[in-house]
Write a protein that binds this ligand. Structure first.
Ligand code: IMP
Length: 412
């Protein structure tokens, strides 16, 4: 681990290579120990990572999973590329506090992050309904409408909430537009109730624009926790079945206001197979029987919505594409043990003119790998599978997840 950490350098990013839910939380949790600041750059409460707090499982959506790191005291930074639903943020802060984890004094929010109101969620649901059979399958957390307001320059930034009246005025202005555009209503009182009690606290946690730069200059180490993943990126993903933010490494830098040169390394995270929540093409989606096996063994149910995830096989062209877009230095292949019972491991190598996937069929290993911590202890066929990924993507696999526990990881 020491070698890996020193090779990553002082500013490193962990980015999903598929459609999200690759299991980024675990590597973040492990690496967080070696960093001073954990930063989330983009997206909002559409992300979800399950964290055990005080013996109980909770799903965190806005705070990065690194927020709960055992050795707390790390600064937590929410970047300008985020859209934040304030009641959800306060609920997460409360959950951590109830479990004895202090967070208020180490949380920093960019003044340029935008506020997600209830009306954004209502519009999200309304737009999905109107799409009929062309639904995106959003998480209905108001993400698209909040980013639409941001791009249309009618959103509310955290830095604009300097008085109660400023928020009130903003909502009154939006009220008319929302009625005209969607025939929907804003419940201004309800919106204000969700935000005003927290305004002063949030103002006290608003980061100076150059805060991250100063921290980096002062040799503080910054770990960037990517949210969602490359194939859901608004520009480079499988549009229109994408989220509304920039989920790539460069998107994260933009979302944090850091120059490209600040990033010293980037770890690509991919599952040993592949899942997708929501609609959109998925060429290596497995037949129902295999999909069911992967779903059950991998616990593949959406952490935000509880939806069963669509399951399928690794698709090498996607991995290569993500590696190009993000400039990955290495892979973290997660959940290898989910494949332990498969007689044959399919790996997508491309798509025929008819849109059908081509597969390389690798022999399964049919024995447990759960908890294995040394590469050489893996069954030969599992090692061959990993080496095949390395050869096909021209990147080393430096981390391999072999179970949900923190220790269940091979580091090479
Ligand atoms: P939205 O981000 O709620 O607008 O949803 C757009 C698409 O991105 C849908 O297919 C969602 O299921 C997907 N999505 C958004 N966030 C995540 C995530 O954290 N993991 C997996 N899929 C996500």
């Amino acid at each position: 681990m020491k070698d890996l950490v020193s090779s990553l350098g002082p500013v490193s990013a962990v980015i999903g290579a598929q459609w999200g839910d690759e299991g980024k939380g675990k590597i973040i949790d492990i690496l967080a120990e070696h960093y001073d600041v954990i930063a989330r750059a983009c997206g909002g409460a559409n992300a979800g990572h399950t964290i055990v707090v005080g013996g109980k499982k909770h799903v965190f959506r806005l705070l990065p999973s690194g927020a709960l790191h055992a050795a707390s005291g790390k600064d937590i930074f929410l970047g300008a590329g985020m859209v934040i639903h304030i009641p959800t943020l306060m609920e997460e802060i409360g959950l951590l506090e109830n479990a004895g984890v202090a967070i208020r004094e180490r949380l920093w929010i960019s003044g340029s992050a935008h506020v997600v109101f209830e009306y954004h969620k209502d519009i999200d649901a309304l737009q999905e309904e109107r799409r009929g059979d062309r639904k995106i399958g959003t998480t209905k957390r108001g993400i698209g409408p909040a980013f639409a307001d941001k791009a249309a320059r009618c959103g509310l930034r955290f830095s604009m909430m300097d008085t109660d009246e400023a928020i009130h005025m903003h909502l009154r202005e939006r009220e008319r537009d929302i009625r005209d555009m969607y025939g929907a209503k804003i419940d201004v009182k309800d919106e204000l109730n969700g935000v005003l009690p927290h305004r002063e606290f949030l103002a006290s946690r608003t980061a100076r624009p150059d805060m991250l730069h100063d921290l980096i200059r002062d040799k503080r180490r910054v770990l960037i926790e990517g949210a969602q993943a490359t194939l859901l990126d608004i520009d480079h993903g499988t549009y229109p079945y994408v989220t509304s933010s920039s989920t790539t490494a460069s998107g994260a830098l933009q979302g944090l206001g850091l120059p490209p040169k600040a990033l010293k390394s980037c770890i690509g995270v991919a599952k040993a197979y592949c899942t997708r929540v929501g609609e959109g093409a998925f060429v290596t989606e497995a037949e129902e029987e295999a999909a069911k096996r992967l779903r059950e063994r991998g616990g593949e149910y959406g952490s935000v919505t509880g939806r069963p995830r669509r399951c399928g096989w690794l698709h090498l062209p996607d991995l290569r594409y993500s590696a190009h877009i993000n400039g990955f230095d290495c892979w973290n292949i997660t959940k290898l043990d989910v494949l332990d019972t498969e007689p044959e491991i399919l790996v997508g190598t491309g798509v025929s003119a008819a849109g059908k996937p081509a597969y390389e069929r690798l022999p399964g290993w049919k024995q447990p790998t759960t908890g294995i911590r040394k590469f050489d202890d893996l069954p030969q066929n599992a090692r061959q599978f990993i080496e095949f990924i390395e050869k096909q993507t021209l990147l080393p696999v430096r981390l391999i997840g072999t179970g949900p526990g923190r220790e269940e990881m091979i580091v090479r």
